[in-house]
Design a binder for this molecule. Sequence first.
Ligand SMILES: Nc1nc2c(c(=O)[nH]1)N[C@H]1C(S)=C(S)[C@@H](COP(=O)(O)O)O[C@H]1N2
Ligand SMILES: [Mo]
Length: 324
Amino acid sequence: MVKIQSSEITPEHVYINRRQFMRLGALAVGAAALAACARKPIQFEEQSSNSAGASAGATAANPPVDGAARDELGDPANSYEDITHYNNYYEFSTDKEAVARLSENFVTQPWTVEVGGLVNKPQTFGIDDLLKQFPREERIYRLRCVEAWSMVIPWLGFPLNQLLKAVEPTSDAKYVRFETIYDPEQMAGQESPWYNWPYIEGLRLDEAMHDLVLLTSGLYGKDLLPQNGAPLRVVIPWKYGFKSIKSIVKIELVAEMPTSLWMAAASNEYGFYANVNPDVNHPRWSQASERRIGELGRRKTLPFNGYAEEVAPLYAGMDLRVNY
Ligand SMILES: Nc1nc2c(c(=O)[nH]1)N[C@H]1C(S)=C(S)[C@@H](COP(=O)(O)O)O[C@H]1N2
Ligand SMILES: [Mo]
């Protein structure tokens, strides 16, 4: 794994915090956020010098500073503990609190990602080379699960569009299809006959090219742990969490809309677009509000998970009740 140098990550982090601080403007941000700005870079320095190489998890001596980072709406990031111990990852378990333990020994090295299909320059990347070629940055995003819970997560990744540009999609390419590793010996959940394994997801090409879509290999300044999709997953913050497919081995440019695992399982409940939409309920529950992990009570769900300004133009003229 590429080790993030504190010199690479600190300026970006400081920048994000300053920008957020300015956007919050007159809001009573308080001394806590100010303290966070001052404390965070030091924390990353400590981590970089302490963590001996790849995939170092948080240790007692080296804990991430929970909640110091905030999203652009001013809400604090969830704790590292919550983000790494409340996971949807059906390859390991349908029990969110069991995924961390059951994925503990999942082997993520060596790892290759095949990028091909309707492109001029297909290429298979070793994970280390991929992360060397595309430097990571921190992005603090909300993750809104279709089950109506949410978190704020400080990811480390790079825009998917950088990788797509490198392989040069042809004019026939209209969609991007993602595939998770298929390895039932390591992933007992893949023995379940209820789903069409491997996990598949997809985006329209213009969605995939949007700068918010992050190919992600870390969080809280550390390499991803298996439960969060190590070594590489995608994060699409304006869509329900199930679109953010984990442990990717294949990215293919295709002409036809891919059928995702969830579309194949229940197309009336899980559509291709899956944009976060408080006005379109799941057939079995409301999507108007959500439970932010770590909070009491519920908060209102925002259209496109709060990213409408950036992404609503992608869907101009589309009926989002039909294209759910
Ligand atoms: N391969 C794979 N990717 C997956 C899933 C899964 O079961 N398998 N679950 C999805 C769902 S429903 C959610 S909400 C997010 C959860 O990501 P997190 O555990 O990192 O918070 O991962 C998504 N990606
Ligand atoms: Mo989800």
